[in-house]
Design a protein around this ligand. Sequence first.
Ligand code: GSH
Length: 212
Amino acid sequence: MQLFDYFRSSASYRVRIALNLKGLDCEQVGVNLLKGEHKGEEHLTRNPQGFVPALALDSGEILTQSLAIIEYLEEVYPAVALLPQDAIGRARVRALAQLIACDIHPVDNLRVLKYLTGELGVSEEQKTRWYQHWIEEGFKALETRLSENETGTFCHGDSPTLADICLAPQIFNAQRFNVDLTPFPRIMAIHQAFEALDAFKDARPENQPDAG
Ligand SMILES: N[C@@H](CCC(=O)N[C@@H](CS)C(=O)NCC(=O)O)C(=O)O
């Protein structure tokens, strides 16, 4: 398999964690977002949305959308489960994952930030405030959800799931943009738990071959 990714891309970071947790070998191919390589013809044939990640399978199929890629890996390589056994548990994990991946991350994406500072003439300071605001809003709700009984060492129980996979990159982004994380003790306790795992550490942006 080949993963087309970018070291600081949150969606790529999710897939890297999933591959590591499942112990799957995958060649990484860097697509530099700052150089606009994701908008080039070569990458657009992989993903017409011009996003990373894209996962090329040995069969030649190319998968896109990080959550769809991770669900594919889960179905084909079930050995280290990233979703609970019960349907209610799976729904909770997917809800926590989507709270982050669908409701926080997209509004802080590179193309949105570029539109704010470019077309709309927003200042760097306002852009940062925008970025922080949507993380704070989402994390408030997540922190409340993590008070539920199903939460364990990780977002759901005592082993990492899709929810933790989405949370790790979002915390990385929050720290990069100086979001005050002290109001979120449950989130940060879980962060400490998964950062102790090699699968999460090895997937961190600074540990990628294309890290600048
Ligand atoms: N929903 C997509 C989002 C992918 C995405 O947002 N990728 C970002 C990097 S994290 C990207 O390629 N951004 C390019 C841009 O914003 O121009 C997924 O989960 O894969």
